[in-house]
Design a protein around this ligand. Structure first.
Ligand SMILES: Cc1ncc(COP(=O)(O)O)c(C=O)c1O
Length: 418
């Protein structure tokens, strides 16, 4: 008689599932409620800590409670507390808890959203989110987009889409343009899209850190005369350095007259389009061919939530379309979306739920009010800082970043009031 070896089950019982969530929840609530008291950052001893964690792959399991203790007792606090009120550096992620609940649901039901046919209703929720964003920026009906893991991947997808729309397969003659204030993810995107570093032309910015459109036009014309093929301008809808917004209307006019693709990096600034002041600052946003947004910045959602919007959805699809026998038929109806046709990803997490749930629970109005408050806070902070002799305001806040320099320290320090 053959005996079948009993393997320990990977699935949890009902009671174990409940307990796993309850125990984690207790820690999570204690963590979130103590955020205001936690220091803005505490990474002292980080190297020793990291080294102490190096281990070989575990052959045997360890009790869940010990693992929770490790996380919440030892690791979670040895970090930047980006959601705490004392954290003013870089562009912090709020990380709304509602999205964490959405992630738990999405991971637990684990439905496949890479193709429409596999989960029509769930795909529609994510499509709704993208369409809401399209409406927010003022895009027309034919626009669409895709949720990415962040702004870097959105910028990358934009560069590839522009390249595939405007350049031949042999594309190394193509040149890209951005200001010297552009986020480095754009240079990385160009590099990963196959362009040599010198194909990205960095144009000087003016005294308000905005791209000099006259210099840009001149550079494009010189490049054309020298036989290269300009194809893409990347403008900033809020720079990481000072929050500067390029003259988006002038960029759109230039891009149109030159037949170039205009991509706007609104990873930081784009969601201010929800507010009246933001819309004024971002005038011309809707004329771009594509726009990067980062819900994990401007909508306070957890890290891992970016977005690319494209004015002509066909360009995004053409850039990513590929066929295989084992794939289900892709949708031709413009109302029905296959995400695998719009990005490099096939399998993907159901990240749309992480955006949809808080937006539905609170409505855009609540987010608009929160963003308006950030604009007020930045204005207030700049006014108060300007009263201090030793501090120089390097750039008046256009959005929520306050860029100031301390007299003793010299260099500018950028601050996001979040
Ligand atoms: C203007 C801008 N663009 C792009 C990025 C890159 O976004 P992510 O970190 O989500 O990849 C950032 C990040 O701070 C940014 O501020």
């Amino acid at each position: 008689m053959t005996t079948v070896k009993r393997i320990p089950p990977l699935e949890l019982t009902t009671a174990e599932m409940q307990q796993a969530v309850d125990l984690a929840m207790k820690e999570i609530i204690a963590h979130i409620e103590s955020l205001p008291e936690q220091p803005a950052f505490d990474t002292e001893g980080g190297e020793e800590l990291a080294r102490s964690l190096v281990e070989s792959p575990p052959e045997e399991g360890q009790p869940y409670t010990e693992l929770l203790d490790l996380l919440f007792g030892k690791l979670v606090h040895k970090t930047f507390n980006t959601a705490g009120p004392g954290y003013l550096a870089y562009i912090p992620g709020g990380g709304l808890f509602q999205s964490a609940v959405a992630d738990l649901i999405a991971g637990s039901v684990n439905r496949y959203v890479g193709v429409w046919a596999a989960a029509p209703g769930l795909v529609q929720l994510e499509t709704n989110v993208i369409r809401w964003f399209c409406q927010m920026v003022g895009y027309p009906e034919g626009a669409l987009g895709v949720l990415t893991s962040g702004g870097s991947l959105a910028n990358f997808t934009a560069v590839v889409t522009a390249r595939r729309r405007l350049l031949p397969d042999d594309f190394l003659n193509g040149t890209l343009y951005a200001s010297d204030q552009i986020h480095h993810s754009v240079a990385k995107a160009a590099m990963l899209a196959g362009f040599p570093a010198e194909n990205l032309r960095l144009v000087a910015s003016d005294d308000r850190q905005r791209i000099r459109v006259d210099s840009l036009a001149q550079k494009i014309s010189e490049d054309r005369a020298s036989g290269v093929t300009p194809f893409l301008i990347v403008g900033s809808a809020g720079t990481v350095n000072t929050g500067a917004v390029d003259d988006l209307t002038a960029l759109a006019t230039l891009a149109r007259s030159e037949g170039l693709w205009l991509h706007l990096d609104g990873a930081y600034g784009g969601f201010f389009a929800l507010t009246e002041r933001g819309r004024r600052a971002l005038a011309g946003l809707e004329q771009a061919d594509s726009i990067t947004l980062d819900p994990h910045k401007g909508l306070f959602l957890p890290y891992g939530t970016g977005c690319l919007l494209v004015r002509d959805r066909a360009a995004l699809r053409e850039a990513h379309h590929i066929e295989a026998d084992y794939m289900p038929r892709m949708q031709d109806d413009p109302d029905l979306v296959d995400f695998c046709e719009l990005s490099p990803e096939l399998s993907r997490d159901f990240r749309g739920l992480r955006v949809w749930l808080p937006l539905k629970m609170h409505g855009l109005g609540t987010f608009r009010a929160a963003l308006d408050e950030k604009l007020d806070l930045a204005r207030w902070a700049a006014t108060e800082l300007a009263k201090i002799d030793q501090i120089e305001i390097v750039a008046e806040p256009e959005l929520s970043i306050v860029a100031s320099a301390g007299a003793r320290r010299g260099g500018p320090t950028t601050r996001w009031m979040g």
